[in-house]
Design a protein around this ligand. Structure first.
Ligand SMILES: CC(C)(COP(=O)(O)OP(=O)(O)OC[C@H]1O[C@@H](n2cnc3c(N)ncnc32)[C@H](O)[C@@H]1OP(=O)(O)O)[C@@H](O)C(=O)NCCC(=O)NCCS
Length: 184
């Protein structure tokens, strides 16, 4: 089973039994304000069941739960794009507000980045961050992503137009980053 240790907890596949803690931690307006609208709010048991059902059985999962003391308290995952963008993966993540600021995503994003480049035919990983989400921007910068662009007022959230910040890392940059850190 795929499993990556964190300083507190681990990243591991979603499994049956995660539904209750998923509802408890995901149903949070402060999380919803920073993610796409398809992320449910309120996050119901029905939403949790369908999430776990669709993510539990993959050999090489696209989504991993952030597990702390056996409880699923967050997610990090990716989707591979299609057509001329088929070598691009979009990464996304959230963690329970109870654990914000403890360095979880600073550890998880490099792990997931590595996992994607090692296991999937992807040449570029990118993230779209809504304006004001300084924590997420820091996480990506620390993981070696480049702040590529600002799509001005591209997103709408809570009936307000927001800038969207694009961060990305290329396979060659990732290789370079890893070889310089192992040569140090
Ligand atoms: C954004 C999010 C994933 C960050 O995860 P986290 O595990 O709390 O982040 P970390 O503890 O690793 O902190 C990363 C950095 O951001 C800083 N940071 C975290 N939250 C911050 C905030 N609200 N404001 C300013 N800085 C913040 C930390 O101090 C740290 O900075 P450092 O590297 O200089 O020490 C988390 O807040 C979250 O789930 N938010 C809601 C969903 C979301 O925004 N998802 C991402 C969509 S792009």
């Amino acid at each position: 089973m795929i499993c990556f240790p964190l300083s507190i907890g681990q990243l591991r596949p979603w499994r049956e039994g995660d539904e209750e803690s998923l509802v408890r931690h995901a149903s949070n307006r402060h999380i919803w304000n920073n993610v796409r609208d398809f992320f449910p709010y309120p996050y119901t048991p029905r939403d949790a069941h369908s999430w776990v059902r669709s993510n539990k059985s993959y050999q090489q999962p696209n989504n991993l739960a952030v597990d702390i003391n056996g409880q699923a308290v967050g997610n990090i995952g990716f989707t591979v794009k299609d057509d001329i963008y088929r070598y691009n993966a979009e990464i996304g993540y959230w963690v329970s507000e109870d654990y914000w600021g403890r360095g979880i995503m600073t550890q998880a994003v490099p792990i997931m980045t590595n996992y994607i480049f090692q296991n999937f035919q992807v040449n570029r990983i990118f993230a779209c961050v809504l304006e004001g989400n300084i924590g997420s921007m820091r996480v990506l910068e620390t993981a070696g992503y480049t702040h590529e662009a600002i799509h001005r007022k591209a997103a709408v959230k809570n009936n307000q137009y927001l800038d969207e910040h694009i961060f990305a890392i290329l396979r060659a940059e990732h290789r370079e980053l890893n070889s310089s850190s192992t040569n140090r």
